[in-house]
Design a protein around this ligand. Structure first.
Ligand code: ADP
Length: 297
């Protein structure tokens, strides 16, 4: 197990930021850590990386106890904190060499990491001369310098433009092939594009911890259909047990099916049997975004 968190509780004075949180992660997984602001994501990440201590609970990274032996555990952890703190007056290569000396890593590793995160053309510049996307790459390079098996990234894509977003996501995905990655974000498409698994946390408690595929399969199917005539809601209920029917406007209905099977054919057959015609029909799955809103509201 790369990460094993057991019953972690953290209070800041009277405020409970984490309440009995447990989860674990296998090697080579990319986990999206989601939750509204103030949910406890950063607190969990700081505890995982040994920067702050919980009031109770146990944290293992690669079977090393982070609370008992933080320095040893940190040799296996790469951490990109929120707001990516960098020494902006330093040159990229100089900064990474400085980081390498702290981690007692061979200086030759610096160039390998510069290449890995695609910083080659910018490596001679001062950090404050770089765009936000390239500064994130510097943060990522610093996080992977010592070749950790676990990467903890706190909102690594916040503030990036759409092109930079795509590039950093691709980088995270590539890193996830050889490392366990836990990263927080507010962008649901990002989770769908990058993650194998999703953990949703709210008010310090985990609400969902599932494989992304399982969440997508569990989704309901929503069909928007416009008939050419008035139809009675009780008739529509015959389509499926537990179907939810909302009259959007005039003869247009939103039908929510609880099964994830494709129900379009059934709706067509229903219209034919009811002697009514379909003018328009669209089908959509409930996406992660609506699921997130539903369970965190
Ligand atoms: P998230 O990263 O999900 O936005 P945080 O872990 O930053 O959430 O915060 C969780 C809760 O703990 C919030 O209510 C926040 O105000 C509180 N909190 C975080 N850090 C501190 C601190 N150093 N002192 C007091 N309260 C804090």
């Amino acid at each position: 197990m790369s990460i094993k968190v057991t019953s972690v509780t953290k209070t800041y004075k009277s405020q409970k930021a984490l309440n009995d949180v447990s989860f674990s992660a296998d090697k080579g997984q990319i986990i999206g850590f989601l939750g509204p602001n103030g949910a406890g994501k950063s607190t969990m990440m700081k505890i995982l990386t040994g920067f702050i201590k919980p009031n109770a609970g146990k944290v293992l990274v690669d079977d090393i106890d982070v609370l008992q032996t933080p320095l040893k555990a940190q040799q296996n952890i790469g951490y990109l904190p929120e707001h990516n703190p960098l020494y902006e007056d330093m040159y990229v290569r100089e900064y990474l060499q400085f980081q390498a000396s702290i981690f007692k890593v061979d200086k030759n590793e610096v160039d390998t990491c510069i290449e890995k995160v695609g910083l080659g053309v910018e490596a001679h510049k001062k950090i404050n001369q770089l765009s936000k996307g390239y500064q994130q790459r510097v943060g990522l390079a610093a996080a992977i310098l010592h070749n950790p098996s676990v990467l903890i990234l706190d909102e690594p894509t916040t503030g990036l433009d759409p092109n930079q977003l795509v590039e950093i996501r691709a980088l995270i995905k590539a890193l996830g092939k050889e490392k366990t990655v836990l990263f927080s974000t507010h962008i649901m498409q990002e989770v769908e594009a990058v993650c194998d698994r999703v953990i949703i946390i709210k008010k310090g408690e985990i609400l969902i911890d599932k494989e992304l595929k399982a969440l997508q399969h569990k989704n309901q199917q929503i069909i928007n259909v416009t008939f050419d005539d008035v139809i009675d809601e009780t008739q529509l209920h015959k389509l499926e047990n537990g179907i939810l029917c909302v009259n959007v406007k005039e003869n247009t209905w939103e039908l929510t099916f609880t099964s994830h099977k494709d129900m379009r054919g059934k709706v067509f057959d229903f219209a034919k049997d009811s002697n009514i015609r379909i003018l328009e029909l669209t089908s959509k799955s409930q996406n992660l975004e609506s699921l997130f809103r539903e369970i965190t509201k």
